[in-house]
Design a protein around this ligand. Structure first.
Ligand code: CA2
Length: 152
């Protein structure tokens, strides 16, 4: 896999580890970036965070031209942004939607993600380690190693 995996993070996730640890844990976004890079090994990771919807759309376009797969935590844009949904629909590779918390156990406003309509898979509720699972999933989907290994 020569093309990078894009790991895109939406609004307020730059504050991770600083507030509401009972929901989002104590891990900072810098630590999550390190986890993604460890998981990817020699493969290249573009790890980004923005508080701007426009910037997120531009990065998805950039990923569409350059990335092998996308891991995206759209944060609040999950529930509001048809523009981000439309941009993701143009991406030809795997898209893993990632939420640190289990959005389905939370208030109803967090239940209907628009992004899920175009995601290959959704991971929610695994905490920061969900990012490692998501990066691993992209690698397996892109490199074709998707079968469950046979029993010994
Ligand atoms: O669980 C997730 O990863 C979310 O995508 C996080 C979003 C929330 O809107 C989604 O429903 C679920 C919010 C991110 C807010 O980030 C904070 C970071 C530190 C302290 C407080 C909030």
């Amino acid at each position: 896999m020569n093309k990078p995996i894009y790991v895109l993070n939406g609004p307020n996730l730059n504050r991770l580890g600083k507030r509401e640890p009972e929901i989002y844990g104590h891990t900072t976004l810098a630590q999550i970036e390190a986890l993604c890079r460890r998981t990817a090994g020699p493969r290249s990771i573009e790890f980004r965070q923005t508080n701007s919807e426009t910037q997120m759309i531009d990065w998805i376009h950039d990923a569409t031209d350059n990335a092998s797969g996308i891991v995206i935590n759209p944060a609040a844009y999950s529930f509001t942004s048809i523009a981000i949904l439309d941009a993701l629909k143009m991406f030809p590779g795997p898209i893993i939607e990632l939420h640190i918390s289990n959005i389905h156990r939370r208030e109803e406003i967090y239940h209907r993600s628009l992004v899920s309509r175009t995601a290959t898979a959704v991971i929610a509720g695994l905490g920061a380690r969900g990012y490692a699972a998501a990066v691993q999933a992209v690698i397996e989907l892109v490199e074709g190693d998707t079968d469950v290994p046979p029993a010994p």
